[in-house]
Design a protein around this ligand. Structure first.
Ligand SMILES: Cc1cc2nc3c(=O)[nH]c(=O)nc-3n(C[C@H](O)[C@H](O)[C@H](O)COP(=O)(O)OP(=O)(O)OC[C@H]3O[C@@H](n4cnc5c(N)ncnc54)[C@H](O)[C@@H]3O)c2cc1C
Length: 486
């Protein structure tokens, strides 16, 4: 939402009053521009678009009770807008930061603990997946979580969450047994949402992002886990059709191997015309060196293969990228090597003429299986609200990522990325392979992923929102992110 200068001034006056109130109630937890804690949060954003926004103050809670107090003040002042920030890996501006408002930086709540009988892992919602895996690996346990350890537990889980274990246990959110959440109705009291207490809120939070409250703790179901096979297989771009066929044979198999998890990605650097490359990040979530599921892929002439046995905390310990402009867009399609080949042709013809004089833009187009063995968990354990179901058949999710250093090219990159996504949707539709589902954690503000959950889920989410948030605090005062449209 773009505000005029006048609106920004009015908003700034209102927000300076709530920052003052927050600072008097939580003096050591509120920071202002120019202080080191404010700058630490601002410099932690993954994208330039998010880091460029300047909140009037930042609240950094260290206990769930701090969150309750902050939400109590903010929700009592309707002109005070705020954002909720986890590990800030959602690139779109305003999703986890705000101009002329308050940002709640949850990363101080990052404790990980397992109960005595090792049936529940409790994770502070500001933790990263690396925090979780580093704690669980020595115990021989794991949970369904992000593949990059720097990503936040909060955003990933509230949007669904694709892990290496998806075909074994479903979306990351399908493995939540309880959300401790600060909603607005309970005035200061934390609410536990699980299969028997507030089950409607429990289901809504599995896909509902920041539309229902601030989650302070996720209780996750762990499972025994040792080493896994993982690595990268790079192929010459001339072998792309063979790679698309191998991907489709795995992703579209009648009996999907539940231990197989892969991402096949095309990459293109706009400063070098025609510079396509193709590689597959493959994992097998058992300590098996040569699982037959990858035989076809491995038989394709390759330029490198790094498959090896490793553990989650080592594998997910990726280095941070320097701040760049980023854009994510997504689509979901029925599995077809022909469609993947047509997608490549379309990308190639559009990107061939795309230029960023004197600079560069990097494009990555990733394909990830969404088989029925994965989506079958959607109605178990209280159900989720994503609308993915085995009746839609084996599918794959596409993530288009664009990254570029020079903000002068924002408009041309965004226009091109949106055109690519729309063209691909048309191609898939013509082939009868277009799915309604758009994975919210990969979606762009120009898309409407909540609509893609389907009318019944959308109606359910709106009903639950009206029940727990009659004044629409999370809809009106938290403008960032995908909203329910009420
Ligand atoms: C490098 C990289 C790797 C990725 N890998 C994966 C992957 O393996 N699997 C996958 O599924 N996705 C992946 N993603 C996408 C990722 O799931 C989303 O970007 C996710 O939203 C990030 O969560 P976050 O908490 O880090 O982000 P943030 O940007 O901090 O938050 C994202 C959204 O969630 C909301 N939110 C965060 N915490 C809370 C909370 N406690 N209560 C209420 N709302 C909250 C925020 O308000 C915001 O709107 C990846 C993204 C990147 C950039």
């Amino acid at each position: 939402m773009d505000l005029s200068v006048g609106q920004l001034e009015i908003r700034s006056m209102a927000v300076s009053s709530c920052c003052t109130q927050l600072a008097s109630l939580l003096p050591s937890k509120v920071s202002f521009p120019g202080t080191s804690s404010y700058e630490t949060t601002q410099s932690s954003y993954w994208s330039i678009q998010e880091a460029s926004l300047t909140p009037s103050c930042i609240v950094i809670p260290s206990t769930p009770q701090d969150v309750s107090q902050a939400v109590g003040i903010l929700s009592s002042m309707p002109d005070c807008h705020f954002a909720i920030k986890g590990h800030s890996h959602m690139p779109a501006a305003g999703f986890a930061n705000i101009d002329a408002g308050v940002t709640i930086d949850m990363t101080g709540l990052n404790a990980v603990a397992v109960n005595d009988d090792q049936t529940v892992v409790s994770v502070g919602s500001g933790g990263s997946w690396l925090d979780v895996y580093a704690y669980l690996d020595p115990l021989g346990l794991s949970v369904a979580g992000g593949r990059n350890g720097l990503v936040g537990v909060g955003g990933l889980t509230l949007g669904g969450g694709i892990s290496y274990f998806g075909p074994r246990v479903g979306w990351a959110c399908d493995n939540v047994v309880n959300f401790e959440t600060q909603i607005v109705l309970a005035s200061g009291q934390l609410t536990n949402a699980n299969a028997s207490s507030h089950p409607d809120l429990f289901r809504s939070l599995k896909g509902g992002m920041n539309n229902f409250g601030v989650v302070t703790r996720f209780d996750l179901r762990p499972f025994s886990q040792g080493e896994i096979l993982a690595g990268n297989i790079a192929n010459p771009i001339s072998e792309r059709d063979a790679v698309f066929k191998a991907f489709s044979d795995i992703a579209g198999a009648k009996e999907y191997d539940p231990y197989a998890s892969l991402v096949t990605g095309l990459s293109y650097n706009s400063s070098v015309k025609g510079s396509w490359s193709i590689a597959t990040t493959a994992a097998y979530t058992k300590p098996e060196l040569n699982p037959p599921v990858y035989d076809e892929l491995i038989a394709i002439p390759s330029t490198g293969n790094t498959l090896h046995l490793t553990n989650l905390s080592t594998l997910s310990n990726e280095t941070n990228t320097p701040p760049l402009n980023w854009q994510f867009l997504t689509g979901t399609y029925g599995v077809s090597a022909t469609l993947m080949s047509k997608i490549f042709d379309n990308l190639n013809s559009t990107l061939y003429d795309f230029e960023t004089p004197g600079s560069w833009a990097f494009w990555s187009i990733a394909f990830e299986p969404l088989p029925t063995v994965f989506t079958q968990y959607g109605d178990k354990n209280g159900g989720n609200s994503l609308g993915t179901s085995p009746k839609d058949g084996n599918a794959f999710i596409m993530l288009i990522s664009a990254l570029w250093p020079n903000s002068t090219f924002d408009a041309s990159v965004e226009e091109t990325a949106e055109k690519l996504t729309a063209d691909i949707a048309c191609i898939a539709e013509e082939m009868g392979l277009l799915h309604e589902f758009q994975y919210i954690n990969y979606a762009d503000p120009s898309q409407d992923p909540i609509d893609g959950y389907g009318p019944k889920n959308v109606e359910f989410l709106r009903k639950v929102s009206r029940r727990y948030d009659p004044k629409g605090v999370w809809q009106k005062q938290v403008p960032g992110g995908f909203k329910l449209g009420i």
